[in-house]
Design a binder for this molecule. Structure first.
Ligand code: GCB
Length: 611
């Protein structure tokens, strides 16, 4: 855009007092407790590969033109038979929300581009209440309009966002339109190249939330770093910022206390207690917590535990643990598509429990909040990650800002979940100076936002003969040494050679192997030397276990992966057919032989590390 056009646009925005075109920075903590109206269900949609509903024929966005007219977000209806309108939401097909579009219509399986969604809902806004439209996630770029007015834009396919709509909401019918675009771009997070399906659309819940004018917008209540007897954190109010009393009740722990907000609406929390039953996988105790002010009350269920590193050990509530884990993608293989609700999440976490897990790595991006809450309830520790994956544009400041925003949104959403013990800032990022700078800043950011959890990343290894070397300068900034290794699969070795490898690890910290594994087509049986057979995968796991027992600091593993998952990179017509087959469970939910090999290993480990 030339400078004079930019100036004209600025003037126009100012004159029309258009809000900033991005989603609000902070989202309402525990939004389901504020839900006024569930907006899940069937939404009308239009596929728009040329973005005809967004740009005019000179390729100028309609929503920035002075008349603001012409885009699909107007949801216009023909009122006269001579009138020309080239779209009609009412007579367009529907998609289920939440749900990716790829799994709902065969024509959309490979689609990458724009789809418009529309939902009409009825409400009666009450005076003295504030209203927010909340999205659990839209992949990847979402432009959102209510009653023809643009609320804003959000980028990032896996994090929640919201817009305040108090002044736009009408009594009666309201029209919500979303332009969702899942086009991949080099400078985005993730970048163009991933090993998972680029599921597009409104993939997580949508709701209208309502609050009083001054309300509890955010809070953190977690055990203080290294102190099992102090619940520490804050309560943040939005609205009026005159000092107010906040009451915190945790009846089951005999806690009833108050704190006062400062000029910024923030009240510090520090509660001494000796009465807590600590959260652990064996006893995933969650307390009913209620927070209230003169005008507002909100409730949550929160668990309390400490997690820290001491030498080569990971201590949960002061006791050494071994993380018996598995990696999981946000995909229901039976649909196949993104997980659509708590039932889907429960199916995957139940499989993880059957495997003997006390821990899951939710790869490679923030999973649904429902998944984390379920892990809290079912007793599974969680590694939570942002999609800083492979070859990010390390030198682009906007790319960094985007990664940092996604990390902040993840931490802010899940900071009260005892299950989450590790924030991961990325996966398999290749060594270089700009990458080290980018990743170091992310690590510092995670530590600064939350000093009660561990920060890590899945690093890469290098090999010299039989020596496997972990020597990545990013390791200095991380609390754990975590790396992926594919001995027996990408390293192309004879499986029996695996136990001859030895690991040279530069850092004196607990070691977690974040990935290992190999593909097997469920039901394909052969001898253990035959690639793709269940027997090969089984032998690979057996030899991996022998090999890894040589690492004295080993304190956890998350093999790749619980279930086969769809990936455009996996093209072998017989064995893959667009599926990554490293799952221990097939896309039909059938357990492969290696599932039991790993389960046996975990059963032995569980005896060594009683919880
Ligand atoms: C990896 C990646 C993971 C892939 C996996 C594989 O190292 O982290 O996203 O899916 O390998 O199967 O190659």
């Amino acid at each position: 855009m030339n400078p004079s056009m930019k100036y004209a646009l600025l003037l126009f925005c100012f004159a029309a007092s258009i809000r900033p075109l991005t989603a609000q920075d902070s989202i309402v903590q525990n939004v389901t407790a504020r839900r006024e109206l569930n907006l899940d269900g069937r939404w009308n949609y239009m596929v728009d590969p040329y973005e005809t509903g967004y740009y005019d024929y000179r390729h100028q966005p309609y929503d920035q033109s002075p008349s603001g007219k012409g885009g699909y977000y107007d949801d216009r209806k023909q009122t006269d038979k001579s009138q020309l309108i080239e779209y009609d939401f009412d007579r367009s097909p529907t998609l289920k929300v939440p749900g990716d579009w790829n799994s709902q219509d065969e024509k959309l399986l490979y689609y990458e581009g724009t789809i418009w969604y529309r939902r009409v809902f009825q409400t009666t806004p009450q005076p003295g209440r504030r209203y927010f439209i909340y999205f659990g996630a839209v992949n990847y770029e979402a432009h959102v309009y209510l009653n023809g007015k643009k609320l804003g834009m959000h980028k990032g396919g896996f994090t929640p966002f919201q817009f305040e709509v108090t002044s736009l909401l009408k009594a009666g019918d309201n029209t919500l339109v979303v332009k969702a675009d899942n086009t991949r771009h080099q400078d985005e997070i993730p970048t163009v190249n991933t090993d998972w399906w680029n599921y597009g659309g409104i993939t997580r819940d949508v709701c209208l939330a309502s609050t009083p004018e001054t309300f509890i917008s955010d809070y953190q209540l977690q055990l203080k770093k290294d102190d099992p007897h102090t619940i520490e954190g804050y309560v943040q109010l939005a609205g009026q910022h005159s000092p107010q009393t906040v009451t915190i009740d945790i009846p089951e722990a005999g806690i009833h206390t108050t704190t006062t907000t400062d000029g910024g609406g923030r009240a510090p929390v520090a509660i001494m207690t000796k009465k807590l039953a600590y959260w652990s996988p064996e006893h995933p105790k969650l307390y009913a917590v209620s927070l209230s002010t003169a005008t507002d009350t909100t409730v949550d269920r929160i668990g309390f535990r400490t997690i820290r590193v001491q030498g080569k050990d990971i201590l949960l509530n002061g006791k050494p643990v071994f993380l018996r884990g598995i990696c999981i993608h946000d995909e229901n293989p039976l649909i196949p598509g993104r997980l659509r609700g708590e039932g889907d999440c429960r199916m995957l976490l139940t499989w993880a429990k059957q495997l003997g897990c006390n821990y899951v790595r939710l790869a490679h991006y923030p999973h649904n909040e429902a998944m984390i809450r379920l892990a809290d309830e079912m007793g599974l520790m969680v590694w939570a990650e942002v999609p800083v994956y492979w070859t990010i544009s390390w030198t682009n400041p906007d790319t960094y800002a985007n990664a940092q925003k996604q990390l902040s949104d993840l931490i802010n959403r899940d900071r009260n979940r005892a299950a989450v013990i590790i924030w991961s800032i990325g996966n398999e990022t290749p060594l270089s100076a700009p990458r080290l700078d980018f990743m170091s800043r992310l690590a510092a950011h995670a530590h600064q936002l939350d000093n009660t959890r561990l920060v890590s990343a899945a690093l890469e290894v290098h090999r010299q003969g039989n020596e496997v070397i972990v020597d990545d300068p990013l390791g200095e900034k991380l609390d754990l040494v975590s790396f992926n290794e594919y001995a027996g699969w990408y390293w192309g070795d004879k499986l029996a050679d695996l136990p001859n490898y030895h690991f040279t690890i530069k850092y004196d910290r607990p070691v977690i192997i974040t990935e290992l594994g190999g593909d097997a087509l469920a039901g394909f049986h052969a001898d253990p030397d035959t690639r793709w057979s269940e027997e090969y995968q089984e032998a690979l796991y057996a030899n991996q276990v022998k090999m890894l027992s040589g690492i004295t600091a080993l304190r956890g593993i998350t093999p790749w992966i619980l279930v086969d998952f769809r990936s455009p990179r996996r093209q072998h017509p017989v064995y893959q057919n667009f599926w990554n087959r490293k799952g221990l469970i097939s896309e039909q939910g059938v357990k492969k032989r290696a599932f039991y090999t790993l389960k046996n290993f975990y059963d032995t480990i569980a005896k060594k590390y009683p919880e």
